[in-house]
Design a protein around this ligand. Structure first.
Ligand code: RP5
Length: 163
């Protein structure tokens, strides 16, 4: 199926976090592609990837990076597609560096910034589903089902002492 989401990350080391995005997209049946594209190590590839994203049929870009995490911001600079940024938890500063690098965009070039780490990785996929659900009824239905199951799972176990 034609990918609707482009999931990119600054390094293979980001996959440990970003795999949760891919798994959630799989769970929601959202076709996606995955690629390592580094803002610093492969800047030309980044520009080519993002500049051609729309004509290749991508409708959302999810970019995860850690440390001096310029990937989401630079991706947003090259496309008007929605770009969601996931701050990967860095070793030295626990991801606060990643978060601030991604969230503090200048007015005019937005990145939808998620939480640091696994929660942000999962929520980026759910956010993409919300965006795509406006156009694709199947995705809207699948997302509603995901939310319903989540609610039922919480209601089914009100007392945490019971397994
Ligand atoms: C960033 O630098 C990547 O997104 C990664 O989170 C971080 C470290 O990369 P590696 O040195 O592990 O390749 O560009």
């Amino acid at each position: 199926m034609q990918p609707l989401v482009g999931l990119i990350m600054g390094s293979v080391s980001d996959w440990e976090t970003l795999q949760h995005t891919a798994q959630t997209l799989d769970r929601l049946n959202i076709p996606h592609e995955v690629q390592v594209v580094s803002a610093h190590r492969t800047p030309d590839l980044l520009f080519e990837y993002v500049a051609s994203a729309e004509e290749r049929g991508l409708e959302v870009i999810i970019a995860g990076a850690g440390g001096a995490a310029h990937l989401p911001g630079m991706a947003a600079a090259k496309t008007a597609l929605p770009v969601l940024g996931i701050p990967v938890q860095s070793q030295m500063l626990n991801g606060l560096d990643s978060l601030l690098s991604i969230v503090q965009m200048p007015a005019g070039v937005p990145v939808g910034t998620l939480a640091i780490g696994k929660a942000g990785a999962i929520n980026a996929a759910l956010f993409a589903a919300s965006i795509l659900g406006n156009k694709y009824p199947d995705i809207r239905v699948t997302l509603a089902e995901f939310r319903r199951n989540q609610t039922e799972a919480v209601l089914a176990r009100p007392d945490p002492r019971e397994g």
